[in-house]
Design a protein around this ligand. Structure first.
Ligand code: FES
Length: 592
């Protein structure tokens, strides 16, 4: 038989099937549920997927009937019609996915700041037949606010907003300048967006009260063009128009997410008066439409490090017509604005003097604050903690094993959504490795200690009879090595920053761990395998999506934007790859 591999994006799930298998069959075998209203009869058109790479059978007449020519050229196929002929990568769009992935969008709860950028001034326009801006101007003169120019403000015609004659109007001001004219009592709304390499999270915020009106997350559609930023940068260099394509896909997704949040909060996207966008340096550049070429090769220089405030329209966002998009400053090619935002939020939870702040992702950024200095670095931890490059790895979608505990010979697992296990996500792999080490089933080099040949290849977490895809869910020797590389990268980064600052690990008063994976990871497992210095558990704080929380702060407060600038300009960036002794640190950090 001729086995082929299918990568299912954005789940990050890889399956092996026989060549010629219908995609819908393969997807089901993988334990993933998609919308197939007509159950594969070729009448509903609900099972749309997109071919990214590889070979599928030719379009059937059912597909040419149900898919528009535009969809056909975009590579859209019906999963019940298309058969996989060779290795391929297929994207399952969110509309087709029956169960949604778990995305972490809770942030820190932050104190609201009293120095908003956008303020409201309620004005009753003077009587008469003059245009609204004239009547406002005369009212403003009477209020001794003649310096405010209402003509720069856009008169809101957003759905559901009605002006009443004789009633005051609400003038929204940005740094004292007219931004929008809204009906009395209309809320001032802003949006904070955290653009991760894998996930996008957004928050709709009432700029007057600081209250989060709605929050939500979706996957970054750029995943289809490369799992990590390096591959996406390569995509833009190899494909004419690639940069524009990646920008459009990202901004369209942000727009869709904001529209979703607006409908939850019963407001119109045209009421969004300000937006803050944070991301790592590459995603930041891709969103702002800046060239990314220099980020792809050493010394990985950003095109821009200063904060940017540009018209939202210019980057393709349709919110309030004269709203701006604010991008916080970047520190370096691999320490971006999202890390700055994270540090801003982390400052809210610590008053300690020596603090390590770690944002775990495909790239892990580490900052060390000590004696008034700020050292930072970026560790190439890779996507193993996202479940990628792991034999049966997947993202934290339903059916992913997220917790593992070994009791004697018994294996106890917990899956996302308590669904039957179909794969294993980052926190599950970490747990499994830590538990195998605790039971001394693997040694400090990650080698299985069993004398049985079979048991030395892989450890069965869930046997085929109990899994959701009728296959054994296993952890292989290679999976263990992937985790060693990832944790080795993080740990050596931490050790090098400590060495640069000239302090031992136990001088660190607090370790703040951010990021989605950082929230779900079991600290004891991470400490057991030496991912972090062995410090008492109470010195660790897991803060969730701190970059998103920092973005909310930047939205609500003018001084936060000043602080972001200071954080970025004072940071002392340590390039690990050229650091003398890096190799020694790294090899030491590989040990479990
Ligand atoms: Fe209905 Fe494919 S399942 S068309």
């Amino acid at each position: 038989e001729n086995q082929i591999r299918i990568d299912l994006e954005p789940l990050g799930l890889r399956i092996a099937v026989e060549a010629g298998t219908a995609l819908i069959e393969a997807i089901r075998q993988a334990g993933v549920e998609i919308n197939a209203v007509c159950n594969g009869n070729g009448t509903c058109g609900a099972c749309q997927v997109r071919l990214i790479q590889g070979a599928l059978s030719p379009l059937t007449s059912i597909e040419t009937g149900l898919l528009t020519p535009g969809e056909q050229t975009a590579g859209i196929r019906l999963a019940c019609q298309a058969r996989a002929l060779d290795d391929c990568r297929v994207e399952i769009p969110p509309e087709t996915l029956a169960t949604r992935q778990r995305l972490q969008v809770e942030g820190l709860r932050l104190p609201f700041r009293e120095d908003p950028l956008i303020t409201a001034l309620d004005v009753t326009p003077a009587d008469g037949n003059a245009p609204l801006s004239e009547r406002l101007r005369s009212a403003l003169r009477h209020m001794d606010r003649a310096e405010v120019d209402p003509s720069t403000a856009w008169i809101s015609d957003a759905d559901g907003l009605k002006f009443q004659d004789g009633e005051p109007v609400r003038l929204a001001l940005r740094r004292g300048e007219g931004l929008a004219i809204l009906p009395a009592g209309a809320p001032l709304i802003g949006a904070a967006v955290d653009m991760g390499t894998t996930k996008l999270a957004a928050y709709l915020v009432d700029l007057t009260s600081g209250e989060v009106l709605a929050r939500g997350g979706i996957l970054n559609p750029q995943i289809a063009y490369g799992e990590d930023v390096i591959n996406r940068i390569a995509y833009t260099l190899l494909h004419p128009g690639g940069l524009e394509l990646l920008q459009t896909r990202l901004i369209d997704a942000v727009q869709g997410l904001l529209a979703d949040l607006c409908s939850q909060a019963a407001v119109s996207p045209r009421q969004i008066l300000d937006v803050v966008l944070v991301g790592n340096t590459a995603i930041h550049h891709l969103a702002a439409g800046l060239p990314v070429e220099s980020l792809g090769t050493a010394p990985y220089l950003p095109a821009v490090t200063e904060p940017l405030e540009i018209p939202a329209r210019q980057i393709g966002l349709s919110i309030a017509p004269n709203a701006n998009g604010y991008f916080p400053p970047n520190i370096a090619g691999f320490v971006g604005a999202d890390h700055v935002a994270m540090l801003l939020a982390a400052r809210e939870v610590t008053s300690s003097s020596t603090v390590l702040a770690i944002d775990i992702g495909t790239n892990t950024e580490v900052s060390l604050f000590h004696a008034g200095q700020h050292y930072c670095c970026s560790c190439a931890s890779g996507p193993a903690f996202e479940g990628a490059h792991i034999h049966q790895g997947m993202r934290a979608a339903p059916g992913a094993i997220e917790r593992v505990r070994l009791e004697g010979d018994r294996v106890w697992v917990q899956t996302v959504g308590n669904a039957p296990a179909v794969g294993i996500c980052g926190s599950g792999v970490l747990d499994a490795v830590a538990e195998l080490r605790r039971q001394e089933r693997i040694d400090s080099r990650g080698v299985f200690t069993s004398s049985s040949e079979k048991a030395r290849r892989a450890f069965i977490l869930v046997p085929a009879g109990q899994s959701g895809n009728r296959a054994d869910i296993v952890l292989t020797r290679k999976d263990i090595n992937e985790i060693q590389l990832a944790k080795g990268a993080i740990r050596s980064g931490i050790d090098i920053l400590l060495e640069t600052a000239g302090i031992p690990a136990d001088r660190v008063d607090q370790i703040i761990i951010a990021g989605a994976f950082g929230t779900y990871l079991n600290l004891e497992s991470a400490l057991r395998i030496g991912m972090f210095p062995a410090l008492p558990l109470q010195r660790f704080t897991q803060v969730g999506n701190a970059a998103g929380a920092g973005a909310c702060l930047l939205l609500a407060s003018a001084s936060a934007r000043q602080s972001a600038r200071e954080i970025a300009s004072k940071a002392h960036y340590v390039e690990l790859t050229t650091y003398a002794g890096y190799v020694d640190h790294f090899s030491r950090a590989l040990s479990l």
